[in-house]
Structure formats: C-alpha cells, structure tokens
Design a protein around this ligand. Sequence first.
Ligand SMILES: C[S@@+](CC[C@H](N)C(=O)[O-])C[C@H]1O[C@@H](n2cnc3c(N)ncnc32)[C@H](O)[C@@H]1O
Length: 247
Amino acid sequence: MTSGGADVKGLVRDHYGERARRASVGPAAETCCGPSAIYSPVELQGLPPTVTAASAGCGNPTALAGIGEGETVLDLGSGGGIDCFIASRQTGESGLVLGVDMTLDMVRLATGNARKLGVRNVGFMLAELEHLPLASASVDVLLSNCVINLSTDKDAVFREAFRVLKPGGRLHVSDIVLDRDLPDGVRHDAEQLVGCIAGADLHDVYLERMRRAGFTGVTTREAVPFRPGDVAGVVSAKVEAARPPGR
Ligand SMILES: C[S@@+](CC[C@H](N)C(=O)[O-])C[C@H]1O[C@@H](n2cnc3c(N)ncnc32)[C@H](O)[C@@H]1O
C-alpha cells in the first residue's frame, strides 16, 4: 500500500462499496462491534436490516449530541445512514439531517433506506469530507462515526467541518485514535487501513488538529479499547467540540 491520498481513497471506496452492496441484499452476521453492541434497542427499533447491516461505526455520536427539534444536522461519512435516521427522530420534521459520503454505493443504499423508512427530513450527498458541498455556517450539529481516521487530510476535514458549522454549533465525533504508535507492519497494512486502524492519529494529535481548525471546548467524553484482538493502544473515542459563538 502507498500512502497517497488517491490510493487510500480508492481502497476505502472499494471496501465500503462492497460492504454497501452486501448490505443491500440482506443482514450481515452480527459481530463483536455490530450495531446491537453500540445502539440501544429503542434506537434500533424500526430500522430495516439494510440500515443495520451497513452500520460500521465505533460509537454512538448522537447519544451525547443533545440534538433538538428543528436543528440542521450533518453526518460526515454517513455510510448506510444509521446515525442520520436516529438523529432525524430528534430533529423532527421541522429539522433537516444530511449525510455526506464519498462512496457511491453507500449513498445509493442510504437513499434507498430513507425511502424505505419514509423519512422526509433526511437526504444524502456524494462528496468528500475534504470538500463539503455546503454553504458556510449552515449546520447546527455535526456528527461523524468512525470516518475521519480514514482521511489522509484530516486537517482539511476539520477545516471544512468548522466552516459549515454555524457559530455556536457543535461537533460530536466517535472515532478511532491511538494511545501509542502502531507497529510499522500495521501502519502499512491495507486491511488495517480500511478497518479504521492504520490511518488513525495519536489521540493528542487528533485533538490538536481540531483546535487548529478553530474548534473550542475540545473534550474527550469517553475513550475505550476498540475491538478485542486489535493491536494494543487502539481506542474508540467520543470527542466533542464547538465553533465559538461570534466566530
Ligand atoms: C467505517 S464506515 C462508517 C459509516 C457510518 N458512519 C456508520 O457509522 O456506519 C466509513 C464511511 O466513511 C466514508 N468515507 C471515508 N473517507 C471519506 C471521505 N474522505 N469523504 C467522504 N466519505 C468518506 C466511507 O465511504 C464509508 O462509508
């Protein structure tokens, strides 16, 4: 594997495109880190298998986001749409939930899922997080679940996230971070890359990128070992931050 951004994006698209195509035809076998280990039965209630089978998160960013009625929410790397559908129950029909993903089959799957669920306040866009197709200061709440680790330009992702958030808006991210460096063999392994490990930042580096992009109140609310059997030091973290009011 080379470390070029285009190569990495190609690997990620191939992997998650395949996952989307499999999810579109039926439920996946439940694994250690499947949706029932992440979400409550109430959150999962009513979601079709084509939503839950595509779920590939490492946390539950909506759980701590305190999303209110009428808010505009954007999910960065929305996959099959699970967090968007959960968030849409909180915004109600007076709010709007958008998902952005760069993998065409994921966007198709999520759009089909929205149709199946009959939700009218959720939409999905094909785009890269490093270049968001949204107006500046247009979003109240940003979510992201196990995605930013996959970007080779995390600074651009956080810059764009800051740009589209309204002043006073908030960011709630679940992601993989590291509490120590990875062995070289893991860092350069394509499977570990698409599996959300090899591209992960050291925890402090990740938080510092958020601050550099302008976020304040950058706080880790939870940090727990990711999957059993992973290389040591791989952590699933829930991080929150805000765009300060007036900036
Ligand atoms: C591990 S999956 C998580 C999907 C979803 N958040 C969930 O919890 O099920 C990562 C998703 O992020 C998308 N992705 C990765 N890098 C991206 C980027 N730079 N821009 C847009 N989407 C990206 C992939 O296509 C994939 O659907």
